[in-house]
Design a protein around this ligand. Structure first.
Ligand code: KE4
Length: 427
């Protein structure tokens, strides 16, 4: 029985999220049955080394025993009360320890809810309607953020999906990532109408792209000067690139931070938080409404709390960074030995690689103009070697503490084999 055809009979597109559909690489999506540590097992019994990690949450590896036991213990007391529990306070305090710019937070269930609520809060707090986002950054499927660059540069955005009213889209201004001039121009034109700028401080949805020196600092200064809020979407980078997220690496203090993925330890949980003077505008204290039946779900809170407890030692991220560094630099070495155009980026437990002759990617156009077909070929050849990278050239890769020398070395020997095959074909 074909699992995908079965799924397509009852689930739209056969998947509950397009990112897992393999539409970015061709072919049919894999169906998984179980996962442990750095390994994930398909329904038909293949065991793969997993560098997707459920798109980020599995930083301790799959089925991390202390997380599983904290969940088992919590479910004995019930699943959901729709009322406050002490574990929500415990996790919120732990998040504040990790990310000091957060004085108060609000738990939600998905990263989309976190960013959607953060921009509503920014609009409510400033009384302004316009928001600025960057081409290629993804913040979840929020109407105001599923917007692509309009016709000319620096113009009002256009919906990147049907179903989003143009009247809403025009309130979102789009500029290229890492473009400080465009940022200055857009604030010169609209500064006093801009409620917030939202950015992935290290972009992870157009492959992995780091901010160029000065970009985030300019963003912080210009936001402050115009009284608009700076929102860091750290749903992916939070607790991933460093204990304190990207903001701790670049020493920037955003007004609001959105978090997700790792904060739930693999269960549905996310959050947004920032200065108390901003967060106090949220209902029931303030007028900005935001709510959620399963927000702060105690099972998810326990999974998230146990996860953060096991990644809080500085040595955790020092080691994770070395693992990512070894994989990326060795892959680059093998690629150049085979004259394959290949660029790599990495920070903490996150990495990206692309096939391009044009040097490091700095924005969406760079990755869009990279050799996408070569990526697809590489992806499938590596899958044949039982190595599972993200099924899209626009996604990032995720290392876990369970990817030891063994997994990294077998990945690299697979890369040797595959790059040789690709090089031979191109002669
Ligand atoms: P969710 O609503 O999917 O929990 O989070 C949305 C989101 C917000 N912000 C950033 C920076 C994100 O990366 C995401 C979601 N990331 C994608 C992968 N690039 C999740 C995978 C999927 O959509 O299935």
């Amino acid at each position: 029985m074909n699992l995908f055809s079965e799924a397509k009979k009852v689930i739209a597109g056969g998947v509950n999220s397009p990112a897992r559909s393999f539409s970015g690489v061709g072919g049919e999506p894999l169906f998984f049955k179980s996962a442990k540590g750095a390994y994930i097992r398909t329904e038909n019994g293949r065991e793969l080394i997993d560098y997707v990690g459920s798109w980020g949450p599995m930083i301790l590896g799959h089925s991390f025993p202390p997380v599983l036991s904290s969940i088992k213990k919590a479910i004995e007391n019930g699943l959901s009360f729709g009322a406050p529990t002490t574990i929500e306070t415990k996790l919120a305090k732990k998040v504040k320890d990790f990310i000091p710019s957060i004085e108060k937070l609000r738990m939600v269930s998905t990263g989309t809810e976190a960013t959607m609520s953060a921009i509503r809060l920014a609009r409510g707090y400033t009384g302004r309607d316009l928001i600025v986002k960057f081409e290629g950054c993804y913040h979840g499927h929020v109407d105001s953020l599923l917007i692509k660059a309009g016709s000319g540069a620096l113009t009002h955005g256009a919906p990147s999906s049907p179903g989003i009213p143009k009247s809403l889209a025009k309130n979102t201004l789009i500029i290229p990532f890492n473009d400080c001039d465009a940022l200055k121009k857009i604030y010169e034109s609209y500064g006093d109408q801009i409620a917030c700028t939202i950015v992935e401080p290290i972009a992870g949805n157009m492959n992995m792209i780091k901010p160029i020196p000065g970009f985030l600092e300019d963003l912080q200064d210009i936001s402050k000067r115009h009284g608009s809020l700076l929102i860091f979407d750290e749903v992916m980078t939070g607790f991933r690139v460093a204990k304190g997220g990207a903001q701790s690496i670049y020493n920037i203090e955003p007004d609001i931070t959105a978090l997700g993925k790792i904060i739930g330890g693999g269960l549905p949980a996310a959050a947004f938080g920032g200065k108390d003077k901003i967060m106090s505008h949220l209902s029931p204290e303030g007028p900005v409404y935001q709510a959620g039946t399963l927000s702060g779900n105690p099972i998810a809170m326990n999974a998230g709390y146990t996860t953060l407890k096991h990644i809080e030692k500085p040595s955790f991220f020092e080691k994770l960074h070395l693992q990512s560094e070894k994989l990326m630099l060795e892959m680059k070495k093998i690629a150049s030995k085979n004259n394959i155009p290949f660029e790599v980026v990495y920070e903490g437990g996150m990495f990206g690689f692309s096939f391009t002759k044009n040097g490091p990617i700095k924005n969406y156009n760079d990755i869009a103009n990279s050799e996408i077909s070569l990526f697809k070929e590489f992806f499938h050849l590596m899958l044949e070697e039982n190595i599972y990278f993200a099924p899209s050239p626009f996604e990032a890769g995720f290392m876990s503490s369970k990817h030891t020398e063994v997994e990294i070395d077998s990945t690299l020997s697979a890369v040797e084999k595959v790059f040789k095959k690709i090089a031979k074909k191109s002669i």
